[in-house]
Design a protein around this ligand. Structure first.
Ligand SMILES: Cc1cc2nc3c(=O)[nH]c(=O)nc-3n(C[C@H](O)[C@H](O)[C@H](O)COP(=O)(O)OP(=O)(O)OC[C@H]3O[C@@H](n4cnc5c(N)ncnc54)[C@H](O)[C@@H]3O)c2cc1C
Length: 438
């Protein structure tokens, strides 16, 4: 597939080539912006108040596109507990020092300045879908006509570990942040001949290719810097969950002799004192242990009764992302927290957000949601420090099953990792983040 076709398929052609973003750039843009909300059209016929919970890949995008498409009549308040977002996408490159964690910071000043979005830096602690109110930890109460819940994921505790262990001893680093930095430090402290043990939870989990990408990058760094060190991948799934051919080849050929991949290895417990991981396929000792726990919708969804799929995820109607919980029709859930047939990934969270923004805008204007939405997902996976592969899929609404189904002949993956893919990965990331935060 040609690069141009691929970028168009990713739906980000309009912003391709936008320069790299960072928190510092965000502040500069905000200071130089003299016409707040200048990109927002006047009244489009859509009128209403929207509160968005979570300023990540899904939440920031839906806030922006509600204003961009809904116009001045749609008031948007984004509630985010952190003062800036740390991207998980590209965070595996912090482990081998190809990026700094600060390069993955994204602020909210551009969303405020460019689209007139009100941003509350606080945590949502409760929701009343029928009374249409949201309570913030700081005491504020916000009224809404429509609520979008985009809190990402939270984690189960693995037997033998508590929450503090992940922050200090065994970082999962499955959200970009301090644990990512700690895991990178632990890898660099390894000696030749030592072992890095990582565990992968049963699907569905955030970013299907992400753990295999991490195994490759750690192996690549260890073989160059700590000869004889090994990577053990303990996968609770029966096989590689994404780009199986690419990763199998990376394990068997590119990183041959460095990576041991063990499928069907479900964790029994972790013995933190002896640094042992016990699984259904045996036990392993690791100098560094990177246990990625099972995942569930961000806790605000469960705490407020929105979780109704496998006791983990929030069921939605994918025409509008409205909750399927009776009485919660005013609530929409997007991104990793929702239960759909689409992968849990940042690119698809951005696409779901646009379908949701479009549906809310139409509902505010007295219309029905688009009956045939299309979304797309894309993921680039670095395999070494200068090569990457990619995977993309297009999804269309299937009325028979009322789900999003992969569109035949519109999906694909890289034939092999390449340097060109690695360069395209950087462009794709800049475009996606600009489309989300600027
Ligand atoms: C190592 C790694 C690599 C990845 N690589 C890729 C990739 O190449 N491509 C790709 O598409 N995806 C990738 N992903 C996945 C991607 O990061 C997630 O799928 C995406 O971030 C999900 O978006 P979201 O909006 O659902 O959640 P998030 O982006 O996590 O945002 C959720 C936000 O909600 C906030 N929040 C939660 N609860 C509350 C509350 N009660 N009150 C206020 N705020 C709250 C959080 O602080 C957070 O900012 C990767 C993930 C990892 C871990």
């Amino acid at each position: 597939m040609k690069r141009r076709q691929f970028i168009e398929m990713c739906g980000v052609a309009a912003v391709a080539g936008v320069p790299a973003l960072s928190l510092a750039d965000d502040k500069k843009r905000s200071r130089s912006s003299s016409t707040p909300s200048s990109g927002v059209p006047g009244n489009t016929g859509a009128n209403g108040r929207v509160v968005v919970i979570g300023g990540g890949m899904g939440g920031a995008t839906v806030a922006k596109f509600l204003r961009l498409w809904g116009g001045q009549g749609v008031q948007v308040t984004l509630v985010e507990r952190s003062s800036f977002y740390i991207s998980s996408i590209m965070s595996n490159l912090v482990l081998n020092q190809q990026r700094t964690i600060e390069e993955l910071y994204f602020g909210y000043d551009a969303l405020k300045a460019n689209y007139g979005i009100a941003v509350e830096n606080d945590s949502v602690v409760d929701i009343d879908p029928t009374g249409r109110k949201v309570w913030l930890a700081g005491g504020k109460v916000l009224d809404f006509d429509r609520l979008v819940v985009a809190p990402g994921i939270d984690f189960d505790m693995l037997p033998g570990l508590d929450a503090g262990d992940y922050d200090t001893l065994f970082p999962h680093a499955w959200k970009g942040g301090a644990q990512t930095t700690l895991l990178g430090q632990q890898i660099r402290a390894m000696q030749s001949g030592e072992t890095f043990v990582m565990t992968i939870p049963k699907a569905p989990y955030r970013c299907p290719p992400g753990p295999y990408e991490r195994a490759c990058l750690v192996a690549d760094w260890l073989k160059k810097n700590r000869p004889g060190a090994r990577v053990v991948v303990l996968d609770a799934n029966p096989g590689i969950m994404a780009e199986a051919h690419t990763f199998q080849n990376a394990f068997d050929v590119i990183h041959r002799g460095v990576i041991d991949y063990i499928p069907n290895a479900e964790i029994d417990h972790i013995d933190r004192a002896n640094r042992m991981v016990y699984t259904t396929m045996g036990a392993w000792n690791g100098r560094v242990i990177n246990p990625i726990p099972s995942q569930r919708a961000g806790s605000i969804a469960a705490d407020t009764g929105l979780v109704n799929v496998n006791d983990r995820w929030a069921g939605v109607d994918v025409l509008s992302y409205q909750s399927t919980v009776a009485g919660a029709e005013s609530v929409h859930i997007i991104g990793d927290a929702s239960a759909t047939t689409q992968p849990k990934a940042g690119h698809i969270a951005n696409a779901e957000a646009k379908v949701c923004a479009d549906a809310i805008t139409r509902l505010f204007a007295g219309m029905s949601p688009d009956p045939s939405p299309v979304t797309n997902s894309a993921c680039y996976s670095p395999i070494t420090s200068n090569t990457a592969s990619w995977l993309t899929a297009v999804f269309g609404y299937d009325p028979a099953t009322q789900t999003m189904k992969v569109v035949p002949n519109a999906s694909g993956e890289a034939a092999a990792p390449s340097k060109n893919n690695y360069e395209q990965m950087n462009k794709w990331f800049r475009s996606l983040m600009a489309d989300t935060f600027v």
